[in-house]
Design a protein around this ligand. Structure first.
Ligand SMILES: Nc1ncnc2c1ncn2[C@@H]1O[C@H](COP(=O)(O)OP(=O)(O)O)[C@@H](O)[C@H]1O
Ligand SMILES: [Mg+2]
Length: 263
């Protein structure tokens, strides 16, 4: 008997219990122009300490899936559990607290305040939550994303890649169990994008990140970005239509090409 040993080091570690579970989730948007089923019966478990990429054509429901998994939006039907807690049973205050304590968010637009230094941008969520930020922890978060020595710079004095890393440091400062990223490299050039992807990869691979298990869920349309993930989940028309484990950009790109409507 010969066994194939996967080359990736992270493959050797067994995944923990799921960080986020979607159970038959449907999300229907209603507007004056009619109704749109953005998600149609999606079930998926995001294993803890793994990096998952969500891919699919434009309009396939990627952002909706992320928003629902993160408790930013509620499903029309179905259930979402985060670390074993059913989000449906939580009131707004409890849900907000769970989100603040367990989840971090990064978006294509960095959403930094230009008037504040990198340090103050990272410290802002804690301040808004009425806590005094721990100086050493803010600096540690900036160090962790490779911005050592740049704490006093304001966003306009940083490159796009550095600004996105400030945004990641801001998310990490809250020590989230799960980091959600929607097209985090969408506005970056290839080099800066690679830095951000390596950073996300390292978060998951690090034995311990600030004492919490780190799980990353990233929406992307870039097969190269998705190849940094342990697992790629493919969406089309609001449904999960496939999954690939530890794949390469060429195979991911080929699968995406099958899903893109013919133009
Ligand atoms: N707030 C909204 N109101 C109405 N329709 C929406 C809303 N958000 C998204 N949709 C629709 O839901 C579908 C999925 O959207 P989205 O999750 O943003 O897709 P993706 O991120 O894959 O591009 C699309 O048809 C989109 O037009
Ligand atoms: Mg989107």
């Amino acid at each position: 008997m010969t066994a194939t040993i996967p080359a990736a080091v992270h493959a050797a570690r067994p995944p923990g219990p799921p960080a986020v579970v979607l159970d038959d989730v449907t999300r229907t948007y209603r507007s004056r122009s009619g109704k749109v089923d953005a998600l149609r019966g999606v079930s998926h478990a995001f294993a803890s300490k793994t990096f998952t990429a969500i891919m699919g054509p434009s309009g396939s429901g990627k952002s909706t899936l992320m928003q629902i998994a993160a408790g930013l939006d509620r499903p029309t039907r179905g259930r979402v559990r985060v670390a074993g807690t059913d989000l449906a049973g939580l009131n707004r205050t409890t849900l907000t607290r769970l989100r603040r304590e367990m989840m971090g968010f990064v978006f294509q637009q960095y959403n930094l305040l230009d008037a504040l230094t990198a340090y103050d941008n990272v410290a802002l969520p804690a301040r808004l939550a009425g806590r005094r930020p721990d100086r050493a922890e803010v600096i540690a978060a900036l160090d962790q994303v490779g911005l050592h020595g740049l704490a006093r710079r304001r966003p306009p004095e940083l490159s796009g890649g550095q600004q996105q890393r400030v945004a990641i440091a801001r998310a990490l400062h809250a020590r989230p169990a799960v980091l959600f990223a929607d097209e985090p490299t969408g506005a970056l050039d290839r080099h800066a994008g690679r830095d951000v992807l390596e950073l996300l990869r390292n978060l998951v691979d690090a034995p311990v990140t600030h004492g919490v298990a780190q799980t990353v869920v990233m929406v992307t349309h870039d097969p190269l970005a998705a190849s940094y993930a342990d697992s790629v989940l493919f969406l089309a028309d609001g449904r999960v239509v496939g999954q690939m484990e530890r794949s390469d950009p060429a195979r991911i790109g080929a699968r995406m090409a099958e899903l893109e409507p013919v133009r």
